[in-house]
Design a protein around this ligand. Sequence first.
Ligand code: IMP
Length: 179
Amino acid sequence: MNTIQIAEKSFKILLENDNIEKRTRLIAIQINVDYEKRCPVFIGVLNGSFLFMADLLKEIDIPCEVGFIRVASYQNTESTGVIKEILGLSDDIRGRDIILVEDIVDTGFTLEHILKEIYIKEPASVKVCSLLLKPAALKAPIDELEYVGFEVANEFVVGYGLDYNGLGRNLKDIYKATD
Ligand code: IMP
């Protein structure tokens, strides 16, 4: 099925799971090389990153640690810009190499806020790995954005962790809104 309905909204296929998996493997290979002998800490941003994080980490073969943080800042199809509290950020990241894993970078405001909080904990280094990037929507440039799966147009997307009003995170593929 190339077109699906979630609540009142129609979506059509944008990225198939095979394609996502292939790209994820390539990113993992790059990270395995870049972080050889460094034992990075992967921090997934919930909820959207949960599938990407799992698939990415299955391809990481260097020693590493894994954690998750949570930020609630998004409603409906437009970024509100309202950033809430960051939950789950450990103090143990001091002196560590951090790889922050995101589902999508849209305006970049969420990431900007998370990065500010992370730097307070004095890590050795911070890089960001995001499955998707909407370059046309980016308002806060993120220097740490090192690994990007796919650049997408400034359209609302859903599936593979990304939701539309709480729905669609379980979809294997990624879809874009048709209206
Ligand atoms: P930003 O702060 O505008 O960069 O938005 C970041 C967060 O908003 C992402 O981590 C997603 O959770 C959510 N988001 C942004 N764009 C989309 C989208 O197209 N579909 C679903 N969620 C989105």
